[in-house]
Design a protein around this ligand. Structure first.
Ligand code: SF4
Length: 162
């Protein structure tokens, strides 16, 4: 995302999101349980921070993911879903498992970015323990390196139905 596109989106807020259309079909059968509200805890398991920038943009003023019912929270105990970015480094295996176990059930895991899906460019790295699905069960994957904010928002809308 360029500075120019951010400025354009702030001046003309609809330019960034007016083509999103209806929410996509639910990727998993959890819409009824969520009731249109999705609380997310984010864990960076070893990302280059590219995915973090796009997540921050998705929740920023231009894209405003909160209007679709998705919200980032500070504690896994308040979260419906865990958003994980990056390959899982050896140092992050324990913290990722602990974060997942701290979440109330039913709980979901969303692997955001190609590194989270299959280790991406970091595959085979000496510090990499594996993809997210090698450590915790993954319910949804968001492809891209990094995924664009629109793609992240569409995935979340598939869960909230808004
Ligand atoms: S998917 Fe791309 S942007 Fe995201 S952590 Fe991996 S290398 Fe970085």
């Amino acid at each position: 995302m360029t500075i120019r596109s951010v400025l354009q989106a702030m001046i003309h807020p609809h330019t960034a999101t007016n083509d999103l259309g209806a929410p996509p079909a639910a990727a998993v059968g959890v819409r009824h349980t969520l009731g249109g509200s999705l609380q997310l805890r984010h864990v960076d398991a070893g990302s280059c921070n590219g995915c973090e920038l796009e997540i921050a943009s998705a929740f920023g003023p231009a894209y405003d993911a909160e209007r679709f019912g998705a919200r980032l929270v500070a504690s896994p105990r308040h979260a419906d879903a865990l958003v994980v970015t990056g390959p899982v480094t050896k140092n992050m295996v324990g913290p990722l498992k602990k974060t997942f176990e701290a979440m109330p059930e039913p709980r979901m895991v969303i692997a955001v970015g190609d590194c989270a899906r299959d280790c991406g460019v970091f595959k085979g790295g000496y510090g990499v323990a594996g993809a997210v699905a090698d450590i915790v069960p993954v319910d949804m994957q968001v492809p891209g390196c990094p995924p664009r904010p629109e793609v992240i928002i569409q995935a979340l809308r598939g869960l909230t139905g808004r």
